[in-house]
Design a protein around this ligand. Structure first.
Ligand SMILES: *Cc1c(COP(=O)(O)O)cnc(C)c1O
Length: 471
């Protein structure tokens, strides 16, 4: 009889050496990143915990150290300790969040968070939702959910061909009978991926122009919809889904949800709001107006793992009408026993992690008011930094959102070409990291004043960039 070496109860070594060792490593750990690599071969035989701890040290020092506050490339930053602990608790529990029986309390916590967020966004009493592994996954499920609901249920059995057939019977013809989705030119690429995954194809995504501050032009949206609906054989297809963005990726713009909602209602389109990044403004009494009109959304994506300092992944897809999220449920007698509370049956997946626990404990720790102050401090930092850059003799600001959110685009005066070069030098120094992006035909650094990071750090980075520009 062979016993599995993995079958032992927790061994003293793991608890006495690995865990305290890991905690110590986190405290010692300071550079942004050092060049490290690991041996490529995987071993035939196992090793003791001291070897594991040594390898953990290598992994840590060779990885980006988010705790330095100097990794300013992306839309997330260092997680709070509460959320790290929540994550460790989840790992220790290792509960599958697909069915209620495997994770009863965690499922309840997920539903509490769904209701708490739905209330913040004003989605009403009939709202429902699930956590998803990221904003792109939430957007993809939103599109699938819209497809399943928008065409009298023909999609579930007939697929995209069933929809085309349905539209042809309703008088559409040729390419005009292909379902299409509209999103702004500043929308996230995941809408395109979602269209490909849904079998609609990338051609099904129609880009609506944005203004110079990054907001979708509602008039352009209206004209585009009217043109497509007015021509039964329109080459861009039949529009049924509009994606509005709250907090665009590059400029941080908030689309006008009130106007877009009115247009969607008039033209019977599903309204999705991608608030992956900007949704956190809902916690601030001062800034939540940026999302006025969100209460009309049919679905909404929000990522606590971006601005709320929850560990990755933590994303929610919310829907205004609970029944719409049941379109994907499948009979599987060996798993779903009609509890009605199995979160996986609302998704296209099976096994899931209870990511909501991380938001739940963070919400208990900081409250709506704490999240609100956090967001407000980010707005203030962005404003101060905008003034700093505007007055800088060697820098110029690029296009900005209005009102300004957390993204600042800037470059050495009149010089797009040096931006990627300076960034490479910066990365080589290994002290700071910042990203760049094309905006309206020019190239700019895109700095995100994440509220986790103090103002002085941003100034230090800007000065570092100026210095590298001079070399
Ligand atoms: C970050 C982001 C996404 C993607 O979220 P992931 O969690 O990285 O998958 C989608 N839309 C917008 C607007 C985003 O900012």
């Amino acid at each position: 009889m062979t016993t599995s070496p993995l079958a032992r109860p927790p061994v003293a070594d793991e608890v006495d050496i690995l865990l305290p060792g890991l905690c110590q490593l986190v405290q010692e750990y300071t550079p942004l990143r050092t060049a490290q690599s690991v041996p490529e071969e995987l071993p035939e035989d196992g090793s003791d915990v001291h070897a594991i701890l040594a390898r953990m040290r290598v992994v840590m020092s060779g990885s980006v150290n988010i705790w330095t506050d100097r990794f300013l490339e992306k839309l997330y930053n260092a997680p709070t300790a509460t959320s790290v602990c929540a994550d460790m608790l989840l790992s220790a529990l290792n509960a599958g969040a697909h069915v209620y029986s495997a994770s009863p309390l965690l499922t309840e916590i997920e539903l509490i968070c769904v209701q708490g967020l739905a209330k913040m966004f004003g989605l009403g009493d009939d709202a429902d939702g699930v956590t998803m592994p990221g904003g792109a996954a939430s957007n993809t499920l939103a599109l699938q959910t819209a497809l399943a609901n928008a065409f009298d249920g023909v999609h579930r059995t007939g697929g995209v061909l069933g929809i085309v057939d349905h539209l042809e019977r309703a008088g559409r013809s040729g390419r005009g009978a292909r379902p299409a989705i509209l999103t702004s030119s500043q929308g996230h690429f995941s809408l395109q991926s979602a269209a490909i995954a849904a079998g609609l194809g990338a051609d099904a995504v129609v880009s609506v122009p944005s203004d110079s501050t990054g907001r979708m032009c509602p008039t352009a949206l209206k004209q585009q919809l009217e043109a497509m609906l007015g021509d039964a054989a329109h080459p861009q297809g039949y529009p049924f889904f509009v994606n509005a963005t709250s907090g665009t990726t590059v400029l941080g713009a908030f689309d006008n949800l009130q106007e877009i909602a009115a247009i969607c209602r008039q033209h019977k389109c599903w309204m999705h709001v991608d608030a992956s990044f900007g949704g956190a403004v809902i916690f601030s009494p001062k800034w939540r107006y940026l999302m006025d009109g969100v209460e009309n959304a049919d679905s909404l994506t929000f990522n606590p793992h971006k601005l709320l300092c929850v560990t990755q992944q933590c994303s929610f897809l919310l829907v205004r009408r609970a029944a719409t999220l049941n379109a994907h449920s499948i009979e599987a007698g060996y798993l779903f026993h009609k509890s009605g509370r199995d979160q996986a049956s609302k998704t296209l997946g099976c096994g899931r992690r209870s990511d909501a626990l991380k938001l739940y404990l963070s919400w208990l720790r900081y409250g709506v008011s704490g999240f609100g102050q956090h967001i407000e401090s980010g707005f203030e930092t962005a404003r101060r930094l905008r003034e700093y850059i505007a007055q800088h003799p060697r820098l110029e600001l690029g296009p900005l959102a209005d009102p300004l959110f957390l993204q600042l685009c800037f470059r050495p005066k009149g010089d797009s070409a040096s931006v990627p070069v300076i960034r490479d030098k910066l990365l080589q120094q290994g002290k700071f990291a910042v990203d760049f992006a094309p905006v309206q035909g020019e190239t700019y650094f895109r700095l995100v004043t994440h509220p986790r990071v103090p103002y002085s750090t941003f100034v230090e980075l800007v000065e570092q960039l100026v210095q590298l520009a001079g070399n």
